[in-house]
Design a binder for this molecule. Structure first.
Ligand SMILES: Cc1cc2nc3c(=O)[nH]c(=O)nc-3n(C[C@H](O)[C@H](O)[C@H](O)COP(=O)(O)OP(=O)(O)OC[C@H]3O[C@@H](n4cnc5c(N)ncnc54)[C@H](O)[C@@H]3O)c2cc1C
Length: 309
């Protein structure tokens, strides 16, 4: 929906910091696709985030928070409203509590915890994106997820209020947190770590990074797994891999325009160079349709689509 230019102008006049106009979002997504955001602000602390949210709400300006853009498919038409990039940085240890700003890279947070001989985050080695994005989607791998190590987090609600919530508030489940319903934004996380042997932690994170390089693209061209695995109690770990179903419908041979399925993993769609978000969306829809037809199963997206498709 189009936002009147006057609304943008008065937001810019009333906001006390830099605002970018017509910012290309392909530079901020790991798919490297997506059109322009009408307005774009980088926030670096909780007060600034709260002020931006309060002003946007008061002016009825649609807004959306991004972190590393590694789980997002942004429309080629871009986003009508304000994109707020969470760039809040902080890495600090007190006893065995690790404090990480929501805008910190998750992978760098793993390295930071390794140098401090803290164990608990090794599973996240090599996962793209930020700490805030990881909490939003309860990012995980190798049987662990961030919800298992989060002690509490500071957040900003859609009215701009800043508060702290303990782990249970987030109602973590498979690739889910309450943030998907409340539209609150993480400011920083306190992660509950355990003292360990630095060399053993380093060895494990490197093993995990190595394992990932065989199954995932190593350059920005995807958003990781496109679809969620399917809850299925008859499976050994309670999940039926979407990638397995996709393999069986011949996904790896499929492409639309510049979008193709990754050769090493049928649940990953890649931008081979010139893909548009429309190509990616169309390929995903074809894959969904094929799985529905062959298995009667409706795949649901793990990634988030933003804007009009
Ligand atoms: C090659 C590759 C491999 C991947 N492997 C995995 C994997 O093994 N496991 C896994 O779980 N994921 C994986 N992913 C997906 C992705 O890395 C994670 O989902 C990641 O946690 C997303 O973080 P982000 O900062 O990039 O979020 P974004 O993509 O920027 O945003 C995703 C969602 O999070 C919300 N969000 C972002 N920041 C905040 C915040 N501070 N507060 C509240 N909400 C916020 C956004 O509004 C949006 O709805 C992979 C991605 C790639 C590209």
């Amino acid at each position: 929906m189009k936002v009147p230019e006057t609304q943008y102008r008065s937001f810019i006049e009333q906001y006390d910091g830099p605002v970018k106009k017509n910012e290309r979002l392909s530079a901020y997504t790991t798919f490297r696709t997506g059109g322009e955001a009408d307005l774009f602000i980088d926030v670096t602390d909780a007060d600034q985030l709260s002020r931006v949210v309060i002003l946007a709400r008061r002016m009825e300006l649609p807004f959306f928070i991004i972190g590393g853009g590694s789980n997002l498919l942004v429309s080629d038409a871009g986003y009508r409203g304000l994109i707020i990039r969470n760039s809040i940085r902080r890495l600090e240890v007190k006893d065995t509590d690790l404090f990480a700003g929501a805008g910190e890279s998750l992978d760098e947070t793993v390295d930071f915890s390794t140098t401090r001989s803290l164990t608990g985050l090794e599973f996240a080695a090599g996962i793209w994106g930020t700490v805030g994005g990881a909490i939003y989607g309860n990012a995980g791998a190798f049987g662990s997820q961030i919800g298992a190590v989060l002690k509490y987090a500071e957040l900003v609600d859609p009215d701009g209020n800043i508060r702290i919530e303990q782990n249970r508030y987030f109602q973590f489940s498979y690739r889910h947190s309450i943030l998907k319903e409340t539209d609150e934004t993480i400011v920083y996380a306190c992660l509950q770590m355990v003292s360990g042997d630095r060399e053993a932690i380093r060895k494990r994170t490197e093993e995990i990074r190595q394992l990932r390089t065989h199954k995932h693209p190593t350059t920005p061209c995807s958003a990781g797994c496109f679809f969620k695995n399917i809850e299925d109690s008859s499976q050994p770990n309670g999940k039926l891999a979407a990638g397995k179903l996709l393999d069986e419908v011949g996904a790896k041979d499929m492409r639309v325009g510049g979008a193709a399925v990754f050769g090493e993993h049928a649940n990953i769609i890649i931008n081979t160079g010139q893909a548009t978000s429309k190509d990616i969306r169309q390929l995903a829809d074809i894959l969904k349709e094929k799985v529905k037809k062959k298995f009667g199963i409706e795949l649901t997206e793990e990634i988030r689509c933003l804007g009009e498709f």
